[in-house]
Design a protein around this ligand. Structure first.
Ligand code: HEC
Length: 221
């Protein structure tokens, strides 16, 4: 149980801290995030009753049991719309975080104010865990990656590792062929020189398309 004087101390110190930093109008970032490398928990939107809507950064200050210490807090000077992802300071000094991604999981958490100076939250309680569905791979990126290895196998010997050109083949980075269609046709129909069937778009092979995507998006950038 949190004593009411402790709660008041918390709200007060939160007010003082934010008062010093107010004025900057940070842009509204997305969801809460935890960076495992730095131990920083970023809460872009925290509803602090009596203070306002705050952008807060906490740092993992103890691991067993877990404690987070408030590092920065800025009150939004422009109106912020709260939604179901917004964190909240609730009665009894409870910090409720509806959704924070840690690795490939989304956690719903409660922490409690355990020290007012510096403001420290502990008693971490996991309310819920959801697996994050990995985003579908981007077909263009897949094609570029496939094209990169085909290029290394079939083209680099004559055109250089980075398309810079070599004794046997001209530069592809300074080539006039910089758009998908004519470049793909050139590769499909004539390259690799002397072995043009080795890199075609045919049946299950997408070699000409993949190498074209690689050249345009990597070598020619
Ligand atoms: C045996 C050496 C050799 C290999 C291997 C080779 N090329 Fe070439 N490539 C050439 C030569 C020589 C030319 C210039 C003559 C021509 O356009 O046919 C050329 C021309 C090109 C051009 C036209 C450049 C321009 O500006 O007109 C492209 C594009 C190209 N190669 C891409 C590729 C790709 C992609 C591969 C691999 C799938 C490849 N080449 C493999 C030798 C080679």
């Amino acid at each position: 149980m949190q004593s009411s004087s402790r709660k008041t101390a918390f709200l007060l110190s939160m007010c003082l801290l934010v008062a010093g930093l107010a004025g900057a109008a940070p842009s509204l970032a997305a969801d809460a995030a935890f960076d495992g490398a730095t131990g920083v928990l970023t809460l872009p939107v925290v509803d602090v009753p009596g203070t306002g809507v705050v952008n807060a950064g906490l740092r993992l200050s103890k691991e067993n049991p877990i404690e987070f210490t408030l590092q920065s807090a800025q009150v939004y000077t422009t109106p912020v719309t709260l939604n179901n992802k917004s964190a909240q300071v609730r009665s009894g000094g409870v910090l409720y975080i509806p959704s924070v991604q840690v690795g490939s999981q989304l956690y719903e958490l409660n922490m409690t104010l355990i020290k007012p100076d510096p403001i420290t939250f502990g008693n971490l309680q996991v309310v819920g865990v959801t697996n994050v569905t990995p985003p579908a791979p981007d077909p263009l990126q897949l094609s570029i990656t496939a094209g990169e290895s085909r290029y290394a196998q079939l083209c680099a010997s004559c055109h250089g590792n980075n398309g810079e050109g070599a004794l046997q083949g001209p530069s592809l980075t300074s080539s006039a062929l910089t758009t998908f269609s004519p470049l793909r046709v050139k590769i499909n129909n004539t390259m690799p020189l002397g072995n043009s069937s080795a890199c075609v778009d045919s049946g299950s092979s997408t070699c000409a398309t993949d190498v074209t995507n690689f050249i345009i998006n990597r070598l020619q950038r």
